[in-house]
Write a protein that binds this ligand. Sequence first.
Ligand SMILES: Cc1ncc(COP(=O)(O)O)c(C=O)c1O
Length: 381
Amino acid sequence: MTDAASKDPVPFSKPSYDERELEAVRRALAVQSTGDGPAGRRVEARLSALLGAPRVLLTTSGTHALELALLALGIGPGQEVVCPSFTFVSCANAILRVGARPVFADIEERTLGLDPQDVERRLTPRTVGLLPVDYAGVAPDMAALVEIAGARRLRVLEDAAQGIAASWRGRALGTLGDAGCLSFHETKNVSCGEGGALVVHDHELALRAEIAREKGTNRSAFLRGQVDKYTWVSQGSSYVLSDVLAAILEAQLDKLEAIQARRAEVVARYREGLAGWAAARGVRMAQPLPERVANHHIFYLLYPDGRLRDAALAALRGKGVMATFHYVPLHSSPFGRTLGEQAALPVTDRIASTLLRLPLHARLSERDVERVIEAVRETGA
Ligand SMILES: Cc1ncc(COP(=O)(O)O)c(C=O)c1O
């Protein structure tokens, strides 16, 4: 066993919880409010200010925020939504859950987000929406995507699950479409275990989402004293985030700056420590892009081919560095293949087979970071 392998593994991701989250939970329990409560409302107001969006609704997960958005947008059976195949499974699941059909388009090399030209090729008379993903907290070519949507009156649902604290042309991710979704899953920069948020600009859309979030009832209006009893007014489900989890999120938002600063330091050190090695071996590293403020959610390496990537992944894990891949493309997954004929997605296939993610979180120590760099350099791509 090498020296590196004898040490504790460097975890791929780890939430930044401490006494402050514990105290927040204690306070939430002390006011005996564990459902839709005061912490949730404070966090919604805070996110609304942070993002510059009129309305934010906390949800039980990012997946549920996507589902809720599609319900509120009125997307359903017989309709199609174009989304990437290079994404988390929730995008396609949410579209299927409302009875619509996900149609996969390819991604572009630069942003690893939807390629507008390929999106154009996937449009049919049944297309009603686009679901672009901000992969790694980086917006795709939103100007082109919004133009395509505008020309055909398509709705844009932005998956900003990975996008907190990142922006495009000065606008926060999550606010770039008709609706946006954030995730506070334990792997995200800011987390409460499981949680999410729906971001909307339009008042009517917010009201529809509020109803769908409360099992299809007007309970939210009732709690505001706007109706004297609440009742079933449309389709919905149970998407309200527990106030105990909202309290954790509140404590996390207090730390947002510190979390982001540490992640930025780690990424800067990865870039510095690996630049020469990557250039010599034809490995591409995640790079800053114009018009975009990054949130350092993911640091990836793109190896020259899949064999080298797989070998590097195994070697790193052998040294206790918990690197990982991203993603099994949805169109080639066992369930994705049952969805009917899908177009070829060559960029998606290549990126998915060559991408390797390094551990990245605010609790990485200097030693961890140096250990990761050293282990990557030893993979000798
Ligand atoms: C791109 C993307 N979309 C959706 C989700 C779903 O979010 P959640 O895990 O909060 O349901 C995630 C989270 O992993 C994600 O990365």
